[in-house]
Design a protein around this ligand. Structure first.
Ligand code: HEM
Length: 403
């Protein structure tokens, strides 16, 4: 079995030198799509119409662990509904959906604003900030932790486990790295142990949090078993950790590298939602996803046979010139819509509304309150291929305007 096509190799995406800018390679991959590898069992596509169609296709299964091709690393998320098909997916997703309705999310705005304000106050005197550590990371972590009911003093512990799990989500179709798989598995075990204790506490002392809601659903009968409960907690925490951090960081980075866009946002604060959408398109926090074929799965002109895998390069699809004019241009006034950053179909991101709101509040504050921000290049990236984003984002400034 070989992973290579004559010109393009999926493993090229793993090259650390490309982490800062994988887009030229993603463009080549899109132009060569659909790209059958491993005797056609694995098909890669970066074309928007293929990705969009696969995400909505009834033969596209999220139960990737069933595929013989799936490296063990992908099994770490086996039990969460991210990796389940209906009817289990429908049942579990429905249970948590009520915590993420537009009404619930909108009501979080004052709390999100309060957290951003307190984060800015912490760095105001220093004249510099690391946008990751001082804003983009603590904001989503605090919000999702408060929603779930995770105490603030535990955030640091969860941070390490979350990062290890996220790294385990990188594609390893060629050489699964046993050490990385073991680290991710270890993190999952720690998470499970941690949440088991918290769940036990909520059984006896329920509160007004999502964890208590899930525990209540479990106690009501066969709606959700203990394993599913644990997997759902871990999914929400990790999904709420890494992705939104990257969104805020990628947006700040793009604004600082395109000062005309930052000026436009300052002049017109109503462009803030456009800025979030454009970042999701231009530099998406989740760069790719996969689907297993349950029955024959068409990917453009080719078909993935039953049991094979389709690799969907979201980051390439979001710059497909068939859908977006001048796709490599960062333009916050672009008509929003059409990007696949939150996927599509039945697994469309459950936290999209929350992520958009956190991003809007953070970017509005950054644009309107930080005086004369200057980016310190070069920007260093995390090793992650899929949940890709800067490791640090150092910015100096003259002052922070108060509210
Ligand atoms: C910018 C931030 C975010 C991005 C780019 C993002 C992206 C995604 C993507 C691409 C998927 C679909 C994966 C697939 O099916 O292959 C997904 C699913 C999901 N996301 Fe997000 N996400 C973000 C933030 C969040 C937040 C803040 C939460 C929750 C607090 C969240 C919770 C979920 C859940 C629960 C799923 C599984 C949905 C399902 O399987 O039905 N996400 N997300």
């Amino acid at each position: 079995m070989t992973m290579t096509s004559p010109t393009i190799d999926l493993t090229m995406l793993a090259d650390p030198a490309l982490r800062a800018d994988p887009y030229p390679l993603l463009r080549q991959m899109r132009e060569a799509s659909p790209l059958p590898l491993i005797d056609g069992l694995l098909v890669v596509t970066g074309r928007h119409r293929d990705c969009s169609a696969v995400l909505r296709h009834p033969h596209a299964s999220s139960e990737r662990y069933r595929s013989a091709l799936t490296a063990p690393n992908l099994e770490i998320s086996t039990l969460s509904f991210l990796s389940l098909d209906p009817p289990d997916h429908t049942r579990l997703r429905r249970l948590v959906s009520s915590a993420f309705t537009p009404r619930v999310v909108t009501a979080l705005r004052p709390r999100i604003t309060e957290i951003v304000d307190s984060l800015f106050r912490r760095v105001a005197e220093q004249g510099r900030m690391d946008v990751i550590d001082d804003l983009a990371y603590p904001l989503p972590v605090q919000i999702i932790s408060e929603l779930l009911g995770v105490p603030a003093e535990d955030h640091e512990r969860l941070r390490a486990w979350s990062a290890q799990l996220a790294r385990g989500l990188d594609p390893q179709f060629t050489d699964p790295d046993p050490e990385r798989v073991a680290v991710a598995e270890g993190a999952r075990t720690e998470f499970n142990r941690y949440f088991s204790t918290l769940i036990a506490q909520r059984r006896t002392h329920p509160r007004e949090d999502l964890l208590s809601l899930l525990v209540h659903a479990e106690s009501e009968g066969d709606k959700l078993n203990e394993e599913e409960l644990l997997a759902t907690c871990v999914l929400l925490l990790v999904a709420g950790h890494e992705t939104t951090t990257n969104l805020i960081a990628n947006a700040v980075l793009a604004l600082l590298r395109h000062p005309d866009q930052l000026d436009a946002l300052r002049a017109r604060p109503d462009l803030v939602d456009g800025c979030t959408e454009e970042t999701l398109r231009y530099d998406p926090p989740v760069q790719m996803t996969t689907r297993a074929a349950r029955g024959t799965l068409p990917v453009g002109e080719v078909e993935v046979p039953d049991g094979g895998i389709a690799v969907l390069l979201i980051a390439a699809a979001n710059r497909d010139p068939d859908v977006f004019d001048e796709p490599d241009r960062f333009d916050i006034t672009r008509k929003p819509g059409g990007h696949l950053a939150f996927a599509a179909g039945i697994h469309f991101c459950l936290g999209a509304g929350l992520a958009r709101l956190e991003s809007a509040v953070a970017l509005d504050a950054f644009a309107q309150r930080i005086v004369a921000p200057r980016l310190l290049e070069p920007v260093e990236y995390k090793a992650n291929i899929n949940l890709r984003g800067p490791a640090r984002l150092d910015v100096t400034f003259d002052a922070i305007r108060s509210l």
